[in-house]
Ligand binder design. Structure first.
Ligand code: MOS
Length: 749
C-alpha cells in the first residue's frame, strides 16, 4: 500500500451508508416518544408584538405546550469569541416582544404529531403593531452601524486622479440564500440535567459551547451529535434559534422534541449571503500597470446582530499596487442575520474587483491574462511590511488554464466568435482563498482484531473528511481503508475543528498522523516487552541495542526486513492480552510561522458561454478551473469540492437572488420553484486541474484547503464571457436575459 494512498482518488468511505439510506441525518434518529415542535414565524418584518392569543391553538388535539416570549424564561446570550464560541444571531429567540425580521420565531407549538403541531401553529394569533420595515438600500444617507473597516496604503485618491487610464464602476451582488438539501433541524432530548442535540452542524464543538452558554448549563451537560450533514455551505457553521427552541421545548414537555426548519423559513431564520454594494475605481498606466485601487463596500446586516464579512481583504492583496484604499460600512435591514456562505468576503469581493480588471483590459485592448500577469503580486502587499507567500503558483494556473482552454484562439472583439447560430463568449478570472489551520485533537485506536478506529469531534459535511482520516491511518499503518472505522460528529470526542473556511483538512491531518504514530509506537513497545513476542528482548540474540521496529502493511517488523517477516499488529496485541492500544495527539499551528507568511490558495477559472440571439438563450458551455491548493489529499473528493463550487458559481452568476417584498420584508421567492439554483441542464462538462505543489508551511502533507476557492472566480469569469459574446457588461448579479436583450445589437444574428 505504501504512501500512495495520500493523494490517491479514494472513494468516500461513507458513500455506501449514504446511497443505501443507512446514514442517519439529524431527524432520522429513531427516538421513542418524540414530540414535534412547529415554529410560528412572524408574518411582518418590523413590529412590536402587542399580544399573542394561544387559546384556540391550545384547544387543538395533541397540543402539549406553546412557548413564546410571554411565558418562557429568557435565554442567556452567548459569551462570544473570547470563549471560543460563536452563535449565529446574538439575540436569543423570544428575548423580547419585538419583531426584527420577517420569519422570526415568535412562538413554538409542541404537539404529539407533526400535523397536530402544524395545525395548532396556524391558530396562534399574534397581534402586531406594525412598523415599516427597512429592506432596500437607500440612495441617500443611511445610518451606519459598527464595525466598519478601513484600509489604506499610499495615496489612492491622488494616484487615481492623475492616472492616464481610469475605471470607475459600481457592482451589486444580491442576497443569496443557502439551500442545502438537508434543511436545518434539531431533535433535543433531556436526560436529567443533560441535553442531547441531534443536529445538522458544521461544528459540533462550537454548537456545544454555544448551547452551554445560552441554556446556562455546564459544557459537559450538552452533547451534540451530527454524524452526517446534508451540506451546509456555511449556513450550519453556528447555531440558529431553532436549536435553542428545541432544547427549551423538550425541557418543558419532558419529551424529545423535533424541530425542522421548513424550506420557506430556510430563507428567513438561518442566514444568507448579505447583499453587497461595491464601488471600484482603478487607475492604471497606458500599458496596464495598476496605479491605484479603491474599493468601497456597503452591506446590510440584521437588527439583532452585527454580522459582517470582509469583502475588501482580497482587494488589498490580489495585485501589486502601491496605492490602495478600501472601506466597508454596515447598514441595518429588517431581514434575518446574514452568515458565511461558501467563500464569504472573498467571493463577493472578487466579483467587482475582477470585473473591473476586465473593464480595464477592454479599455486598454490588452489580453485579460496579460493584464493580470503585469500586476502579479510576488508578496502579499496588504501587510506592512509585505509578507512572502507560503507558496503561490498563480502564473502556472494562468498558463495551464490558457493552454487547456485554447485561449490563444480567442478573438477579443465582442461577438466575433461563433458556432452555428450561437455567439461564443470567453472569460477568465483569478481565484483565491486564504489558507488556514486551527488546532485539533485526534484519537486513534489499533484493535486486536486487526482493525483501527480514528475519532475526533469534527464532522464531515459531505466534503470527504471521514475519508481523509481513514487515508492517514492507512498510510501510516498499512491497514486497508475498509478496516478503519472513522467516528466524527460527536462533541464528546476529542476536540475537533469547525468545518469552515476551507481549514478542516489542514487542521486534522497533523493530529491524525501524530495520533496514529503514537498508537504504532505503543504497539511496538508492547511487541518488545511481551514474552513470547518474536521481538521480545529475550527472544533477540543477546547483546547490542534491540532492532528498530516499524509498522508496514499491518505488520510490526524490523526496519531492515520485509513486513511479512514480522507479525501482524493484532497478533501482538492478542499475545499481550490487550483489546487495543490508543494514541492521542493535539496539534496546533505555529503562531510565529503564521505571522511571517501569507498563506493563500490561488487559481485561474475559465468560462465559455454561448448566446443564441435568435431565441435569447444564454448558457454556460464550458468551465475550467486550474487550482493551486497545495497537495490534494484525495483527488476524487477534492475534485468534487471544486466542481460543486463551480456549480454554485454558475448559480451565483446566472440565477441566484433572494427578493424581498418591501412592504413586509418577506422573501417572495422562498422556495425551489422561484429561487433558482443551477440544475443539471445548466451545467456543462466541468474540468478541474490541480497544480500540485505541497505547501509544507501548513502541515507535513502539504495540503491547504479546497472547499471554497472553486467558487471564487466563476461569477466574474462568467460576466466577462457574457460581455465578450454580447457587449453587455453586467454589473449586477445575476445575469438576466432582459439585460442582454436591451443591448443594441444583441439580437443581431
Ligand atoms: Mo464555509 S462559508 O466556512 O462553510
Amino acid at each position: 500500500m505504501g504512501t500512495s494512498i495520500i493523494g490517491a482518488s479514494v472513494t468516500r468511505v461513507d458513500g455506501p451508508l449514504k446511497v443505501t439510506g443507512a446514514a442517519r441525518y439529524a431527524v432520522d434518529h429513531p427516538l421513542e416518544n418524540v414530540a414535534f415542535g412547529v415554529p410560528v414565524a412572524s408574518t411582518v418584518g418590523n413590529a412590536h408584538i402587542a399580544s399573542i392569543d394561544t387559546s384556540a391553538a391550545e384547544r387543538m388535539p395533541g397540543v402539549l405546550a406553546i412557548l413564546h416570549h410571554g411565558n418562557t424564561e429568557p435565554l442567556f446570550r452567548s459569551a462570544g469569541r473570547l470563549e471560543q464560541s460563536r452563535t449565529s444571531e446574538a439575540r436569543p429567540p423570544f428575548e423580547d416582544d419585538n419583531v426584527y425580521y420577517y420569519g422570526q420565531f415568535v412562538a413554538l407549538v409542541i404537539a404529539n404529531t407533526f400535523e397536530q403541531a402544524q395545525d395548532a401553529a396556524a391558530r396562534v394569533k399574534v397581534n402586531y403593531e406594525v412598523r415599516k420595515p427597512v429592506v432596500e438600500m437607500s440612495a441617500g444617507e443611511t445610518p451606519k452601524k459598527d464595525p466598519q473597516t478601513h484600509y489604506k496604503r499610499g495615496d489612492a485618491d491622488q494616484a487615481f486622479n492623475s492616472a492616464p487610464v481610469k475605471i470607475d464602476a459600481e457592482y451589486l451582488i444580491p442576497v443569496e440564500t443557502h439551500n442545502p438539501m438537508e434543511m436545518h433541524a434539531t431533535i433535543a432530548v433531556w436526560g436529567g440535567d443533560k441535553v442531547t442535540l441531534y443536529e445538522t452542524s458544521q461544528g459540533v464543538v462550537n454548537h456545544q459551547r454555544v448551547m452551554s452558554e445560552m441554556l446556562g448549563i455546564p459544557l459537559e451537560r450538552v452533547l451534540v451529535l451530527s454524524p452526517f450533514c446534508g451540506s451546509g455551505f456555511g449556513g450550519k457553521l453556528f447555531p440558529w434559534p431553532h436549536s435553542l427552541l428545541a432544547a427549551m421545548g423538550a425541557k418543558q414537555v419532558k419529551r424529545p422534541v423535533k424541530v425542522v426548519v421548513p424550506r420557506n423559513l430556510m430563507f428567513t431564520t438561518v442566514g444568507h449571503r448579505p447583499l453587497t454594494q461595491h464601488h471600484v475605481k482603478l487607475g492604471a498606466t497606458q500599458d496596464g500597470k495598476l496605479l491605484s485601487i479603491q474599493h468601497d463596500v456597503v452591506q446590510p446586516t440584521s437588527m439583532v446582530d452585527t454580522y459582517t464579512e470582509n469583502c475588501t481583504g482580497v482587494t488589498t492583496m490580489l495585485y501589486s499596487c502601491e496605492n490602495v484604499a478600501a472601506n466597508q460600512v454596515l447598514v441595518e435591514h429588517n431581514i434575518g442575520t446574514p452568515t458565511p456562505m461558501r467563500g464569504p468576503g472573498i467571493v463577493p469581493g472578487l466579483f467587482p474587483m475582477e470585473s473591473a480588471m476586465d473593464e480595464l483590459a477592454v479599455k486598454l485592448n490588452l489580453d485579460p491574462i496579460e493584464l493580470r500577469e503585469r500586476n502579479s503580486a510576488d508578496q502579499d502587499e496588504s501587510y506592512n511590511p509585505a509578507r512572502p507567500y507560503t507558496s503561490k503558483r498563480l502564473h502556472e494556473c494562468y498558463q495551464t488554464g490558457a493552454e487547456k482552454f485554447g485561449w490563444s484562439k480567442r478573438t477579443p472583439q465582442v461577438g466575433s466568435m461563433r458556432r452555428g447560430n450561437e455567439i461564443l463568449g470567453w472569460g477568465m478570472a483569478t481565484a483565491t482563498w486564504h489558507a488556514g489551520r486551527g488546532s485539533a485533537t485526534v484519537r486513534v485506536r489499533l484493535n486486536a482484531d486487526g482493525t483501527a478506529r480514528a475519532s475526533c469531534a469534527t464532522q464531515d459535511i459531505g466534503t470527504g473528511t471521514y475519508t481523509i482520516f481513514a487515508q492517514v491511518v492507512s498510510e501510516k499503518t498499512g491497514i486497508p481503508i475498509d478496516k478503519i472505522d472513522v467516528v466524527l460528529g460527536d462533541s464528546s470526542l476529542p476536540d475537533g475543528p469547525t468545518s469552515g473556511g476551507s481549514t478542516a483538512t489542514a487542521t486534522v491531518l497533523p493530529a491524525a498522523a501524530q495520533a496514529t504514530q503514537q498508537a504504532i509506537s505503543r504497539v511496538i513497545a508492547v511487541a518488545q516487552s511481551t514474552p513470547g513476542s518474536p521481538f521480545h528482548a529475550e527472544a533477540q540474540s543477546a547483546g547490542g541495542d534491540p532492532p528498530k521496529l516499524t509498522m508496514t502493511a499491518g505488520y510490526i517488523h524490523t526496519a531492515d526486513q520485509r513486513p511479512e517477516s514480522g507479525m501482524p499488529f493484532g497478533q501482538i496485541l492478542k499475545m499481550a492480552r490487550l483489546a487495543a492500544l490508543e494514541g492521542e495527539a493535539k496539534t496546533a499551528p505555529q503562531e510565529a510561522e503564521g505571522k511571517k507568511y501569507s498563506a493563500h490558495s490561488f487559481g485561474a477559472q475559465f468560462i465559455e458561454v454561448t448566446w443564441d440571439p435568435g431565441i435569447a438563450h444564454l448558457r454556460v458551455t464550458r468551465a475550467l478551473s486550474v487550482i493551486d491548493a497545495g497537495r490534494i489529499i484525495n483527488k476524487k473528493t477534492g475534485r468534487n469540492q471544486i466542481l460543486g463550487a463551480v456549480v454554485m458559481g454558475i448559480g451565483m452568476g446566472m440565477f441566484e437572488e433572494t427578493i424581498y417584498d418591501p412592504r413586509n420584508a418577506k422573501p417572495i421567492n422562498n422556495n425551489f420553484a422561484d429561487y433558482l439554483v443551477s440544475t443539471n441542464a445548466d451545467i456543462p462538462e466541468l474540468e478541474c486541474i490541480f497544480v500540485e505543489y505541497p505547501d509544507y508551511h501548513l502541515n507535513e502533507y502539504g495540503a491547504r484547503g479546497i472547499g471554497e476557492i472553486g467558487l471564487a472566480g466563476i461569477a466574474p469569469a462568467l460576466t466577462m464571457a457574457v460581455y465578450h459574446a454580447t457587449g453587455v457588461r453586467v454589473r449586477k448579479l445575476p445575469v438576466r436575459v432582459e439585460d442582454l436583450l436591451s443591448a443594441s445589437g444583441a439580437l443581431r444574428a
